[in-house]
Design a binder for this molecule. Structure first.
Ligand SMILES: Cc1cc2nc3c(=O)[nH]c(=O)nc-3n(C[C@H](O)[C@H](O)[C@H](O)COP(=O)(O)OP(=O)(O)OC[C@H]3O[C@@H](n4cnc5c(N)ncnc54)[C@H](O)[C@@H]3O)c2cc1C
Length: 461
């Protein structure tokens, strides 16, 4: 039997045995059939059942609820959106960009509300987030992001901090300033996803685990096909498998799996915490292109995450890719580089997982009334709160309840497909390598690589 606790610290400490629920045994018919027992699938099931308690909803999960990114992430439940405020404004106009970003703040609060109403002990803590400038070269990113928010009328949600103000919050090396955003929470991802699964069942939803959907079909009675039989749906099927959707032939080029890797320290002593500060447990990141994100866990550890693992040809996803020693090692070194007082600290856990990146970085929550296929995916590493928003959008579209959520830019849209191989591999590997070279040059005081403008264009979002 698979030991699911080994996939992350969060699954290990979810407070339950992770014994799989029964698998699907034969064909069945429901109102809504959902592929995927992560946040997307479960939030959709939750809002469908909350708005229409008589509905029959089945979630079909290949492993166990929370097996994917939902049970492995960095714990940021954040108002950040994968596409920058400036790009949202350029693509959709000021009002739509602003509405979407406001909806993201609401989503953070809504996750907290549901945890409290449904008694999900997900360690929800609203500590805000700090976007740090580590090195003077990262200051322009902070100022231009703040200027974008100002232009959209969202400046009151964010505050630029001087070096001294930032250091009062967290004592890290090379700190030159920060932007603080209060409307961000941190969660225990494993407890959130597993708790949500129990709430869905309590409200009458069925969850079949260790049941793989091998294909799907739209139409008058759309269906999810499994080896044990098919799940026919009277109203809709929902594809909520994020990165793993790429394994289905029809979805192979819709997303690209990107690996994000995490290391976790042992709990720090009070003396160590008093040197570091970080009393409010803000979610923390710097402005590196190669991405880092930090969380102070409820039990006093530091989680350090990073996206350095190389893309694998053909959008491969395997358990083996959850570990990439060079990337995990760099993350361990970075912890000591950020917090020199932690020299010699023990790292107790290392894991990773795949997130789904669309070609234009833009998540989508769509329902096609002709095929009765719904889909929520493409969060590019910002899915803890965005899945909640997507779940509400899908529930309202499937139940045909017109709400203002249907007009948000992530509703009823489709991203362009990724290139075919080997062009996808060549482009992605080149961009990953270029981002690393640009970061290294900035951090060592060298001038930007000659090809930096090309990489900037490729990574624009
Ligand atoms: C390491 C890491 C760190 C991250 N950190 C953060 C963070 O701090 N903050 C943040 O906002 N976001 C973060 N993210 C992203 C966030 O976790 C995801 O966006 C979010 O969890 C997506 O939820 P989901 O339900 O759409 O997908 P998933 O959680 O991946 O769930 C998909 C589920 O579908 C199942 N499935 C797939 N295919 C099939 C099939 N054919 N049949 C049946 N079942 C299937 C899978 O087993 C899986 O359980 C991170 C992601 C990773 C990997």
């Amino acid at each position: 039997m698979t030991d699911y606790s080994k996939y992350s610290f969060w699954l290990e400490t979810a407070g339950e045995t992770l014994k799989p629920r029964p698998a699907l045994e034969r064909s069945t018919e429901v109102d809504v059939a959902i592929l995927g027992g992560g946040y997307s699938g479960l939030w959709t099931a939750y809002y469908l059942l909350r708005q229409n308690p008589g509905l029959s909803v089945a979630v079909i999960e290949k492993e166990i609820a929370g097996f994917g990114a939902s049970g492995r992430n960095g714990g940021w439940c954040s108002p950040k959106f994968p596409v920058t405020a400036a790009m949202l404004e350029r693509r959709y106009g000021r009002e739509s960009a602003r509405s979407l970003l406001e909806a993201m703040f609401d989503a953070v609060d809504e996750v907290g509300r549901v945890c409290s109403d449904e008694q999900i002990d997900a360690h929800y803590h609203k500590g805000g987030y700090l976007s740090l400038a580590r090195g003077e070269h990262q200051l322009p990113a902070i100022h231009s992001t703040y200027a974008d928010y100002e232009r959209l009328g969202l400046a009151d949600r964010h505050r630029v901090l001087s070096k001294e103000e930032a250091r009062e919050r967290i004592n890290v090396t090379n700190l030159e300033g920060a932007m603080y955003t209060a409307g961000c929470a941190s969660v225990h991802p494993g407890r959130l996803v597993r708790g949500l699964a129990r709430v869905v069942e309590r409200r009458g939803g069925a969850i079949y685990e260790q049941t793989e959907v091998i294909s799907f079909e739209g139409g008058g009675t759309p269906k999810l096909m499994t080896r044990a039989g098919e799940v026919r749906a009277r109203k809709a099927i929902v594809l909520a498998g994020e990165a793993y959707l790429t394994r289905l032939a029809q979805m192979h080029r819709a997303l690209m799996p990107v690996y994000s890797l995490i290391v976790l320290t042992e709990p720090l002593s009070d003396a160590q915490w008093s040197q570091i500060g970080w009393r409010n447990r803000e979610s923390v990141a710097s402005n590196r292109l190669t991405v880092d994100y930090l969380t102070r866990t409820a039990d006093g550890r530091i989680l350090f995450g990073s996206r350095g693992a190389p893309y694998r040809f053909g959008s491969k996803i395997t358990d083996g890719q959850d570990r990439h020693e060079p990337t995990h090692d760099r993350a361990r070194q970075a912890v000591v580089e950020w917090f020199p007082a932690l020299k010699g600290i023990q790292f107790t856990h290392a894991w990773g997982g795949a997130l789904g990146m669309p070609r234009d970085w833009m998540p989508a929550a769509t329902f096609d009334p002709a095929t009765r296929i719904a889909m929520a995916c493409g969060y590019t590493g910002q899915g803890v709160s965005t899945t909640n928003l997507a779940g509400r959008v899908l529930a309202s579209l499937i139940l045909e309840k017109r709400t203002e959520l249907d007009t948000l830019p992530l509703a009823q849209r489709r991203s362009p497909s990724w290139e075919i191989e080997p062009f996808r591999w060549l482009g992605v590997r080149y961009t990953q390598n270029a981002f690393a070279r640009i970061d290294q040059a900035a951090e060592t005081g060298r001038s930007r690589p000659l090809d930096a403008p090309i990489a900037d264009r490729l990574g624009q979002h």
